[in-house]
Design a binder for this molecule. Structure first.
Ligand code: CA
Length: 228
C-alpha cells in the first residue's frame, strides 16, 4: 500500500504543486489548509509523513509540530520561507526530521519525502540487533528498548542511535552524523544533530545531563561509549 502524506499548508499554489508531484510518484495525499484542521486530520488519518508549513493561519507550524510530537513519532518535513528560519527552528528542538526552504523544487521535496520515509520504514533488509548496556536496538523491527521499556524514537533519532551504536568508541563529527542519517550533509544544518542528540539522550539516558551512552567529544562531535 502506498504511503499516505498529509500536507498542511495554506498557499493553494504550493499545495497544488506538491500534491501533483507526490501523487505522480504514487503517494496518497491529504491536504489541510490551516493548523487546527491539520491537527485533526493528522489524528484521524494517521498519515505516514507530514509536510508542514511554518506560516499558517490560526495555529502556526511550530504549535502544530509540538502538538503532533507530543502524541506521535510520525516523520515531519517542515517548510520555511527563509533559510534563516531553519536555524531558529533547529534551536527550538522541535524534532522535525527535515527542513525545506521556499522556494523549493517539487522534485527536491519528493526526494526528501522518499528519504525520510525510507528511514522511517527501516528499509534495511538485515535482521540485526545492537545492544549496549541497557539498550537494545532492533534494526529490522525499528524498535528500541531501554531498561526493559520500549522507547519511541523519531526516524532521525533511530538512525542516529543506530549509526553510533554500530561503532562504539568511534568519534563522529556532526557532519558525518548528518550524512549517516540523511544521506547528505549541509554544513548549515550541523546543529540539527545537537538537537536530535539532546532529544535522544532525554529518551535513553537515565540522567540526560550525565549521559552514559552518547558522549560528547568536545570540539569534535559525539561517540557511543565503548563496551564495558
Ligand atoms: Ca503558509
Amino acid at each position: 500500500m502506498s504511503a499516505k502524506i498529509l500536507i498542511i499548508e495554506d498557499e493553494l499554489e504550493i499545495v497544488r504543486l506538491v500534491r501533483t508531484y507526490l501523487e505522480q510518484v504514487g503517494y496518497r495525499v491529504l491536504v489541510a489548509y490551516n493548523g487546527s484542521e491539520g491537527l485533526r486530520v493528522a489524528r484521524r488519518e494517521k498519515p505516514d509523513l507530514i509536510v508542514l508549513d511554518l506560516m499558517l493561519p490560526g495555529m502556526d507550524g511550530l504549535d502544530i509540530c509540538r502538538a503532533i510530537r507530543r502524541e506521535s513519532d510520525v516523520p515531519i518535513i517542515m517548510l520555511t520561507a527563509r533559510v534563516e528560519e531553519v536555524d531558529k527552528l533547529i534551536g527550538l528542538e522541535l524534532g522535525a526530521d527535515d527542513y525545506i526552504t521556499k522556494p523549493f523544487s517539487p522534485r527536491e521535496l519528493v526526494a526528501r519525502v522518499r528519504a525520510v520515509l525510507r528511514r522511517a520504514q527501516g528499509s534495511l533488509p538485515t535482521v540485526e540487533t545492537l545492544t549496549a548496556g541497557d539498550i537494545l536496538l532492533n534494526i529490522s523491527t525499528h524498535t528500541v528498548t531501554v531498561r526493559g521499556r520500549s522507547v519511541n524514537l523519531t526516524p532521525t533519532e533511530f538512525d542516529l542511535l543506530a549509526a553510533l551504536m554500530k561503532h562504539p568508541g568511534r568519534v563522529f563529527t556532526r557532519l558525518q552524523l548528518l550524512d549517516q542519517v540523511q544521506g547528505y550533509a549541509y554544513e548549515g544544518y550541523q546543529r540539527t544533530i545537537d538537537t536530535h542528540i539532546k532529544n535522544l539522550r532525554r529518551k535513553i539516558e537515565a540522567n540526560p545531563r550525565k549521559p552514559e551512552y552518547i558522549l560528547t567529544v568536545y570540539g569534535v562531535g559525539y561517540k557511543f561509549r565503548e563496551s564495558v
